[in-house]
Every structure is written in C-alpha cells, then in structure tokens.
Design a protein around this ligand. Structure first.
Ligand code: NAP
Length: 494
C-alpha cells in the first residue's frame, strides 16, 4: 500500500483545503503550485480599495479553523489573506508551496498511470494525481474595444489594481458594476476629481455596511460559549434562504425581491439615477450585490452614471454609443473574469489522449463538479456547477477537499493506479444538475454563469447543505479503479 503522490495547482482556499485534508490523512508526497508569488488565490490578487468578502467571516472560513477575533462581520481582503496564510502555516502546508509557477499543461500517461505537469518556465513535475484548484475567478477579462491601444491615459483591471497610480484628483472611468466595482467605486469616488461609472446592467442590492464590531460585540464573540458556532449556523441558513429565493422566484423570491426594492428605493433619492440603475431582470438571476454605499456613491456630485454602451476608446477617453467622448485620465476595468474558461488555456490531456477542451466542447461538466470521465485521478475544485449564489464557496471547497481525499484513500487502500468516474454516473449527475435549473431565477437572464451556448456551467443549482451531503461519502461503485502498471508495482516491491 503506497501513498499516491499529488500535485495541487492553485493555492487559494481550495488548494489549501485539499493540502490540509490530504496531509492530515497521511498523504506525504504533496506539491502545491501557484502562479502567484504567494498563496491566497483570488485574495492574493484582488487588492482593490474596499476589497472584502460579502459573506460573513464565520462562514467564509474553514470549519476546522474558526476564529473569534474577526474585526467585522465581513472580512477585508487583508484579513482573509492573513487568515489563509495563518491557516496554511498552522497546518504546515505553507512549506508545500512552490510559488511563481504557472502550470501550462497536465498530461496523463496510460502507460505509467501517472500525471506529468508542465510549467511555463519549462519545468515538469510528476505525480499519481492532480488537483486543479484554480477556480472560476482567476482570469481577468476586459472587452476588446476599438481604440484601446490609442488611449493616452492609464488603464488597469480591478483584479490587478495599480497601487502605484495615484487616483487622487484624476478623471476616472470605471467600466462594469459587478461585485468588485460596487466595493471600490464608493472608495475611489471620495478621492478622484470626476468618476464616470459605465453600467451595462443594473443590479439588485441588499444592505451591507460592514462597520467594525463595537468592543462589546467582539468581547461577546470571544467569551460567550457557542455564540460563534450559533452565528455560523445562522449565516449558513441565511445563505440557504437566499438560494431558496433564487430557486423559487415566484414565491419566496418575491419576498426577498420586495426587501431589495425597498432598500434600493430608499437609497436612490435621485429619480433619474433610480430609473437608470433599476434592474430589468428577475431578482437573483445575476449575483445579488450587498452594499449600502454603492448607490449613494452614484449620486455624489463628482460621479456620473453612464448607461450608454461603451463602444471604444480614443486618446482622450471612452466613447459611448451616443457618440459622446467621456474624457478621462484612467480607465479601470471592473469587467470580471473568464469564468467559464475554468483552468484553460492550461492543456489537460487525459486517458487515451483525450483533450479536456474537447470533452467540454458542449459545456463544462463533471461529477459533483470534481471528477471528469476519461481523466483518471484528476480532481477539479470549484469546478463546473459548484459556484454558489447564496452561501460560502469555502463550504463547497471544504466538501470537495474531503471528497477527493476519500477518492485517493480508495486508490491507496486498493493499491490501484488511479480512480476514474464512470461515464454513465457523470452523465446522469450532469443531467440532474441541469434539470434542477428549470424554473429558477438563474435561467431568466444572461449572466457570467452561462457559457457561450447559454448553458449554466458555473453554478450549483441547489443548496449548500445538499452539496455537502452529496460529497460527504464517496461511493466507490460510481468509480472504476485502474490497475497499477506492472513495472510500477514491481519497483514498489523492490
Ligand atoms: P462581474 O460580476 O462579472 O461584473 C462585471 C461587470 O462588468 C458587470 O457589471 C458587467 O455587466 C460589466 N461588463 C462586462 N463587460 C462589459 C462591457 N463590454 N461593457 C460594459 N460593461 C461590461 O465581475 P466582478 O465584479 O469582478 O465580480 C466577479 C465575481 O467575483 C462576483 O460575481 C463574485 O462571485 C466574486 N466577487 C465576490 C466578492 C465578495 O464580496 N464575495 C467581491 C467581488 C467579487 P453585465 O452585468 O451587463 O454583464
């Protein structure tokens, strides 16, 4: 019985969770690779002003590494990055990290029953299993617009914030009004001379002030037994209630929708701004945004909300469909990520030379978002249909770490070469996942949850609790086990 060696690609919440799970269950040959100079994943890269999570810290943290010293309800980027570094260090997985290592390809060899991982620098690593924990939100995207190269000012993406560029006193354009922009717009609006916010679609909002906890709240969390655990359960169920609203837009959805309408109406005193930001799609179809500061920021004297489509750039600024040139010194792209690309452009080649891109040509799919037929001992974290619109992704990642650990325990106990999901099992679970979107709010508009064919490939259609239950115990009958090649077995005995 020998330990499968494992390469984990991505050192964000997912990769760290997998490394800890595997190490705690006796897997010793672990390698953690990340393209960034440090661990943290999305929380390493997203350092824009106001960057924070909109999920409360006691749920947006590992169940096995609960803290009682969070400074506010929702943790800031700096606090989360510190937390992840602390957790990695406390569990001894920080030493597994090889930073500055961008993986370009993963190739499975049927002969050796092993994976070879290639990096941009030309290095190769070999292991019995690969965990791709790069997630859905790691490749910034910006629209390809005519004249982009001609723009005389400065540009950067919100996920690669240029802290060297002083925004104070500048005329700034922000393109996009998603979860990132709603956090940094109120911050930069305070210092720039003029801010033009280009909105393509309005959003549904719910309140979030996220002020630092008063001293007595911090003391209560520290000292009242069970309080933190109770709050964690409470937020878990709050998240499930949001999912309930999204799943049932005609009933529960209407109630939460009303709450959002009331909040927005109260915040939007300017009737013109109100008319223009009001969303025209079903509540919950796109990500609901939590901010008590974004809508008021749009109504500041130095802020202009532009709803005409951005069609290009000229040296002086941004051109909109009405022919207007919005003169600016800087354009900040708050235009999100290539969510449906998952790990691509990484090349992933499975058994018999299967190309993952081809396997996913009709839309990404995997059993529980983790296992792909034809790709033995390859595990995807935050893979297809595992994003949440009403909960904490950390809950999903922890569940995935436990699941893939069980898979590798099976391999170890059976002395197998690799584990492969049965195609019919994956096909059935994919069918069920897709069917469960019927009648939900997610189907009622276009969003980053869909690929170019319109298939919803990012989100889980159910509740966090269901996902946790589905991944709790791996059913070996859903898998086949590949024998270890003879010569590997011989080498192990020699
Ligand atoms: P996003 O939600 O995808 O938002 C991108 C924005 O850019 C949208 O408003 C989009 O408009 C707009 N856009 C895209 N292309 C455009 C174009 N050609 N012209 C004009 N506007 C354009 O990206 P994000 O704000 O970076 O957030 C991505 C995800 O990261 C979130 O949904 C969330 O899951 C996660 N996130 C989480 C937190 C948190 O607190 N937990 C914070 C930040 C981000 P449309 O709506 O019309 O597409």
């Amino acid at each position: 019985m020998s330990d499968p060696s494992v390469i984990i690609i991505g050192a964000g919440f997912g990769g760290i969770a997998a490394a800890i799970q595997l190490q705690e269950h006796g897997f010793r040959d672990l390698t953690l690779l990340d393209a960034a100079p440090g661990l943290g994943g999305t929380w390493f890269h997203n350092t824009y002003p106001g960057a924070a999570c909109d999920v409360p810290s006691h749920l947006y943290s590992f169940s096995f590494a609960q803290r009682r010293d969070w400074k506010r309800l929702c943790p800031t980027q700096a606090d989360i990055l510190q937390y992840l570094n602390d957790v990695a260090r406390d569990h001894g997985v920080d030493r597994l990290l090889t930073p500055d290592t961008r993986v370009t390809a993963c190739r499975f060899s049927d002969v050796d029953c092993r994976w070879t991982v290639e990096t941009e620098a030309g290095d190769t690593y070999e292991a019995d299993a690969v965990v791709i924990a790069t997630g859905q939100l790691h490749q910034p995207t910006q629209p390809r617009l005519p004249g982009t190269e001609d723009f005389a000012g400065h540009t950067f993406h919100s996920a690669r914030w240029d802290h060297q560029y002083p925004l104070a006193g500048k005329r700034v354009a922000v393109v996009g009004t998603g979860a990132s922009a709603v956090q940094f717009v109120p911050e930069i609006a305070k210092e720039v001379a003029k801010l033009s916010v280009f909105q393509r679609s309005g959003n549904w909002f719910l309140p979030r002030k996220n002020l630092p906890y008063p001293r007595w709240v911090r003391a209560a969390i520290q000292h009242v037994p069970g309080l933190q655990a109770y709050r964690r359960r409470f937020v878990f169920h709050y998240g499930e209630a949001l999912t309930l609203a999204i799943r049932h837009p005609r009933t529960v959805g209407r109630v939460v929708h009303l709450r959002s309408r009331r909040f927005m109406a109260k915040q939007l005193r300017d009737p013109e701004v109100r008319r223009r930001v009001w969303p025209d799609y079903t509540f919950g179809c796109k990500r609901v945004l939590f901010s008590s500061y974004f809508l008021p920021a749009l109504q500041r004297e130095n802020v202009e909300l532009v709803t005409d489509a951005v069609i290009g750039l000229v040296p002086e600024g941004v051109v909109t469909a009405d022919g207007r040139v919005h003169e600016v010194d800087c354009v900040i792209w708050g235009t999100g990520f290539k969510t449906t690309q998952f790990m691509f452009p990484m090349e992933v080649t499975g058994s018999e030379g299967r190309d993952l891109r081809e396997a996913w040509a009709e839309g990404a799919h995997a059993h529980l978002g983790i296992s792909v037929p034809g790709f033995p001992s390859l595990f995807v974290m935050y893979g297809p249909n595992t994003n949440t619109s009403g909960g904490s992704i950390v809950t999903y990642l922890e569940a995935q770490a436990g699941y893939l650990r069980q898979a590798l325990q099976q391999v170890r106990e059976r002395g197998a070469g690799a584990i492969a999901v049965r195609p019919e099992v994956e096909a059935a679970s994919d069918l069920e996942v897709q069917k469960r979107f019927d009648g939900t709010a997610w189907t009622q508009c276009d969003s980053w949850y869909r690929d170019e064919r319109g298939r919803i490939v990012t989100n889980w259609p159910g509740y966090m609790g269901e996902y946790v239950a589905a991944t709790k115990v791996l059913d070996p009958s859903e898998y086949t086990f590949l024998p270890k090649p003879e010569r590997v077995r011989e080498a192990a005995h020699s």
